[in-house]
Design a protein around this ligand. Structure first.
Ligand code: IDP
Ligand code: MG
Length: 153
């Protein structure tokens, strides 16, 4: 798959879906000015999750993490925009919600690292890998954004 550097992978985790945070999270990215180019509700398989988090496979929390992420559907999304990888990480907050500032998703909506409601790619390389893992080509829509001249100079 050809993945653009203006794309990132964001997922509302199972706790975020159960707690009805999907709308608010999507709203934050839309209002920021990013463009939604892919979105689906997915019950992720264990294989997908182990691959997604393969860099963490030696961590003591790995099995629990895979169970948590498979405990219900997640909303998988691809967002497009200038510096979207770096900026969306800042919108998410820190990995540990206790370190996340108010105004960030994790700062506003959760308290513990094991239930931190949202995922976002941490680099352009991770974004490319994760988008290819979670999405097929035809699930990404490259649409013309009429608001673009009001968002980009
Ligand atoms: P990130 O999600 O902010 O990129 P990572 O270090 O990549 O953070 O960890 C992936 C996910 O693993 C975290 O979002 C969190 O759900 C979980 N996690 C990270 N550290 C811990 C921990 O110490 N205990 C339990 N779960 C953790
Ligand atoms: Mg990470």
């Amino acid at each position: 798959m050809l993945v653009r550097c203006w794309w990132t992978f964001v997922a509302v985790k199972p706790d975020g879906v159960q707690r009805r945070l999907v709308g608010d999270i999507v709203r934050r990215f839309e209002k920021k000015g990013f463009k939604l180019v892919g979105m689906k509700l997915v019950q992720a398989s264990e294989d997908l999750l182990k691959d997604h988090y393969r860099d963490l496979r030696t961590k003591p929390f790995f099995d629990g993490l895979v169970r948590y992420m498979g405990s219900g559907p997640v909303v998988a999304m691809v967002w497009q925009g200038l510096d979207v990888v770096k900026t969306s990480r800042r919108m998410l907050g820190e990995t540990n919600p206790a370190d996340s500032l108010p105004g960030t998703v994790r700062g506003d909506y959760c308290v513990e690292v094991g239930r931190n409601v949202i995922h976002g790619s941490d680099s352009v390389e991770s974004a490319q890998r994760e988008i290819s893992l979670w999405f097929r080509n035809e699930e990404i829509q490259c649409w013309e954004d009429p608001a673009s001249p009001w968002i980009y100079a």
